[in-house]
Design a protein around this ligand. Structure first.
Ligand SMILES: Cc1cc2nc3c(=O)[nH]c(=O)nc-3n(C[C@H](O)[C@H](O)[C@H](O)COP(=O)(O)OP(=O)(O)OC[C@H]3O[C@@H](n4cnc5c(N)ncnc54)[C@H](O)[C@@H]3O)c2cc1C
Length: 653
C-alpha cells in the first residue's frame, strides 16, 4: 500500500470529519427546566431528560434518558444507523436491564457487541450529564443466575448455527416431518446472512428475458467463443462446450434482451474462483458442487417464497458478481431470511435454542450422533441426533486473527485490518469437524470487500452496480475495471494511497439503488460527499478537480463507445454526467472466507481419507470447495440456502 504525506493529511482531514460523527462527540445536553440537583452521593441525579451519543457499529447511537432525583426512569433510542435485526435485541434488552437493575454493569448482547457497547456508552454519557456517579452505577453488578442444571435433549436432526444455511437446513428437514433443534450461539439468529445485502444469484431466463442487453455484454459472450483450448478447463470443459453452443445460438438470433444460462454461471464461478496461492499452487472450484449450486439456486429462491419472502421482479449485478443475476427480496435484505424464516421454522416445530454454542461433536462407532453444547450462562447441554447433525456455523471472517493465521493469498495484510463480518463467525464448526477427522479445503483464501467504508465497518454509502459507477484513487485517477472480480479490485485498491478509493456517482446512477432520504442522510453525517459539479466534489475530498473531471469525461466517452481501452470493462451502462455528483470513500476489509469443510453434492462431510463421515452434514460458509480462491458476489447466500436445503433433506435419508 502506498502512503504519501499529503495524501495522509488529506485522508485524515476527511476522516476527522467522518469520525466526529462516529466518535460520540461530547455535546453538553441541556437539562430540562425542572432539573433539580441532588447533592447526595451514590445513585442520585439531577432530575430531567438528557441526551447521550456514542458510536455503534455503523454510526452514532443517540439516546434520551429521563431520570428522577433517585432513579433512571426511561431510556429512548432517538437515532441510530445500526443494522436492522442486529440491533433489535440489544435495543430491547439493554434499556430494560439498566432500568430494572438501576445499573450500568449490563452485559453486551452476544452477536451485537458493538451496538450494545455504543448504546451503553451513550446512556453513560447522558447519565454523566445528569450528575450520576458512573463508577457506582458500573459497580452495581447484576447477579447472574449462573449455570443451570445440565440439559439432555434428543431430536431427529441437530443443526449448529442459525444463519442462512442453518435456518434453511432446519426448515427443509422440518418440512419433511423431522424434529429439529437449531443451536445458535448468539442471542438472535442471523450471522453474516443477516448482515448481507440478501442478494442471491441464479440464472433466471424469465426475468433476464425482460432486461435489455447492456453494451459490452455481447463482447463478453463472444470472448467465450474465442476460448480454443478447452482442455485447460478440466472437469469444466463440457460446460464450456455447452456454453459456446448456447452463445452461438443466441448471437444468431435476437440479442435485444440479456443472455444467461446455468452453464454461463458455472463457467464464471470457475473463472472467478480459479486462483493461485502465494506458494504458486492452483486452486479451482469443485465442478460437481458448482453445478449443484448453479442448477438449484433459482429453485431455492422460489422455495423461500414459501417462508413468506417476496422477491422483486428485477435483477441486480452484485459487486464482483460478473453478470446481472442477483435476486433481491422486497424486505430488509438479509433480515428477511429471519423475519420470515424464524416464524416459519417455529410454525413447523423447529426448536430454536439461542445463546447456546455447539462445542464438540459426539462420535460413536465412527458416526456422528450428537453435539456437546453450552448455554451462555454455562449450562451444559447434550444433544442426541437420531438422524444426523448439520454444521452451519459460517466461516471465520469474524476473527481477523484467524484470517491472518490462515491467509496464504494476500501478500500483505495491514495491522489495522478490520472485518465487516458478524463477531460470532469464528470458525467453530470448521474446527469441530476437523477435530473428528473432516478434511479442510481452501482455508488460505480470504475475500476482502473493497467497497467497505474506511470509518464504519460496513458498506455505508453508495455501492452502485458496477456497470453504473466508476472508481478513482485519491488523486482522481481511475485505476481498475469496476466490473472485475472482487480480489482484482481489492488488490488494485491496496496499491492506491492508503488503500483508499472513491466510488463516483451522479444523480442518475445514485437513484438506481438509493432513495433521496438515504443519500441526504449519508451526506449529512459526513459519510459521503456531494456537490453540483465534479470540480467542487474534488475540492471537498482534496483532489485535483481538473483531474477528476478529465477522468470522468474519458470514462463517459468509453461508455458511449461501449469499449474501455484502459481496463477492458466489458459492461458499462450509465455515464456520470448529471449533478449532483457523489463520492463514497472505500477501503478493503475482511468479508468472507472461502475455505472450510469438504462436502459432496449431498452436503455430506468428507474425511481426510476421502470417505463420508456418517451422520455429519455441513452447509454454507463453513464449507470449502465451491468458491475456490475468490467467491463471486451474490453466490454465498445462494450457496448457504441451497446447500442448507440439500443437507436438511439428505440428513433424513
Ligand atoms: C456485510 C456482508 C454482506 C454480504 N452480502 C452478501 C450478499 O448480498 N449476497 C451474498 O451472496 N453474500 C453476501 N455476503 C456473504 C454471505 O452473507 C455469507 O457468506 C452467508 O450468508 C453465510 O451464511 P451461513 O449460514 O453459512 O453463515 P452465517 O450466516 O454467518 O451463520 C452462521 C451462524 O452460526 C452461528 N454460530 C457460529 N458458531 C456457532 C457455534 N459454535 N454454535 C452455535 N452457533 C454458532 C453464528 O452466530 C451465525 O448465526 C455478505 C457478507 C457480509 C459480511
Amino acid at each position: 500500500m502506498k502512503t504519501s504525506t499529503k495524501a495522509v493529511s488529506l485522508l485524515l482531514s476527511g476522516l476527522l470529519v467522518l469520525s466526529c460523527f462516529g466518535c460520540g462527540a461530547k455535546e453538553s445536553p441541556t437539562p430540562s427546566p425542572e432539573a433539580s440537583p441532588v447533592q447526595n452521593a451514590g445513585l442520585s441525579y439531577m432530575a430531567g431528560t438528557y441526551e447521550g451519543k456514542a458510536a455503534g457499529r455503523n454510526g452514532d447511537i443517540t439516546v434520551s434518558v429521563t431520570v428522577s432525583d433517585s432513579a433512571i426512569e426511561s431510556i429512548e433510542i432517538t437515532d441510530h444507523m445500526e443494522t436492522e435485526g442486529i440491533c433489535a435485541t440489544p435495543f430491547a434488552q439493554i434499556p430494560e436491564a439498566i432500568i430494572e437493575n438501576q445499573s450500568l454493569a449490563i452485559d453486551s448482547v452476544s452477536g451485537a457487541t458493538l451496538s450494545s457497547e455504543g448504546l451503553l456508552t451513550a446512556v453513560e454519557q447522558a447519565l454523566t450529564a445528569a450528575g450520576a456517579d458512573i463508577a457506582a452505577l458500573k459497580a452495581k453488578v447484576v447477579s447472574s443466575a449462573g449455570p443451570g442444571e445440565a440439559m439432555d435433549l434428543t431430536a431427529d436432526v441437530i443443526v449448529i448455527g442459525g444463519g442462512g444455511a442453518g435456518i434453511s437446513a432446519a426448515i427443509s428437514a422440518a418440512e419433511e416431518g423431522a424434529s429439529v433443534i437449531l443451536l445458535e450461539k448468539g442471542e438472535f439468529l442471523g450471522g453474516n446472512t443477516l448482515l448481507s445485502g440478501g442478494q442471491v444469484n441464479a440464472a433466471d431466463p424469465e426475468l433476464q428475458g425482460k432486461i435489455e442487453t447492456a453494451p459490452g455484454q455481447l463482447e463478453t459472450l463472444k470472448g467465450f467463443l474465442e476460448e480454443e483450448d478447452e482442455s485447460t478447463y478440466g472437469d469444466f470443459a463440457p460446460a464450456l462446450t455447452a456454453l459456446k453452443q448456447e452463445i452461438t445460438e443466441y448471437l444468431a438470433g435476437d440479442t435485444t434482451y440479456m443472455f444467461d444460462s446455468v452453464e454461463l454461471h458455472i463457467i464464471q464461478c470457475y473463472q472467478g474462483g480459479s486462483r493461485q496461492d502465494l506458494d504458486g499452487k492452483w486452486y479451482r472450484g469443485d465442478y460437481d458442487l458448482i453445478r449443484t449450486l448453479c442448477e438449484n439456486s433459482l429453485d431455492t429462491i422460489r422455495w423461500t417464497a414459501g417462508w413468506g419472502i417476496e422477491w422483486k421482479d428485477e435483477l441486480a449485478t452484485v459487486y464482483g458478481g460478473l453478470w446481472k443475476r442477483g435476486h433481491q427480496n422486497t424486505g430488509s435484505k438479509g433480515s428477511a431470511f429471519f423475519t420470515c424464516g424464524q416464524p416459519y421454522a417455529e410454525s413447523l416445530g423447529v426448536e430454536i435454542m439461542l445463546a447456546t454454542a455447539g462445542k464438540s461433536l459426539i462420535v460413536e462407532n465412527g458416526a456422528v450422533v450428537g453435539v456437546n453444547a453450552e448455554k451462555n450462562d454455562g449450562t451444559p447441554v447434550t444433544l442426541h441426533a437420531e438422524k444426523g447433525v448439520i454444521v452451519a456455523t459460517g466461516g471465520y471472517g469474524g476473527s481477523v486473527e484467524l484470517v491472518k493465521e490462515y491467509n496464504n493469498f494476500w501478500p500483505e495484510l495491514p495491522d489495522d485490518l478490520t472485518t465487516d463480518c458478524a463477531a460470532t463467525i469464528t470458525g467453530d464448526g470448521i474446527f469441530m469437524c476437523r477435530d473428528i477427522g473432516a478434511n479442510l479445503v481452501g482455508m488460505e483464501f480470504v475475500q476482502l470487500m473493497a467497497l467497505s467504508h474506511p470509518v464504519h465497518l460496513d458498506s455505508t454509502g453508495l455501492q452502485s452496480a458496477p456497470e453504473n459507477t466508476l472508481y478513482v484513487n485519491p488523486e482522481g485517477v481511475r485505476f481498475v475495471n469496476e466490473y472485475a472480480a472482487r480480489d482484482v479490485i481489492a488488490a488494485a485498491a491496496w496499491a492506491q494511497t492508503d488503500g483508499i478509493f472513491y466510488g463516483i456517482d451522479d444523480i442518475n446512477s445514485a437513484a438506481v439503488r438509493y432513495t433521496q432520504e438515504q443519500l441526504d442522510g449519508w451526506v449529512e453525517r459526513g459519510d459521503v460527499w456531494r456537490a453540483d459539479t465534479l470540480e467542487e466534489l474534488a475540492t471537498q475530498i482534496g483532489m485535483d478537480g481538473a483531474v477528476l473531471a478529465d477522468t470522468v469525461a474519458t470514462y463517459n466517452s468509453y461508455v458511449d463507445a461501449g469499449v474501455d481501452p484502459d481496463f477492458r470493462k466489458d459492461v458499462m451502462a450509465l455515464k456520470i454526467e448529471t449533478g449532483p455528483f457523489y463520492a463514497t470513500p472505500h477501503k478493503p476489509n475482511v468479508h468472507h472466507t472461502m475455505g472450510g469443510v469438504q462436502i459432496d453434492t449431498e452436503a455430506r462431510v468428507i474425511d481426510t481419507d476421502g470417505n463420508v463421515i456418517p451422520g455429519l452434514f455441513a452447509a454454507g460458509e463453513v464449507t470449502g470447495g465451491i468458491h475456490a480462491g475468490n467467491r463471486l458476489g451474490g453466490n454465498a447466500v445462494a450457496d448457504a440456502l441451497t446447500f442448507g436445503r440439500i443437507a436438511g433433506l439428505n440428513v433424513l435419508k
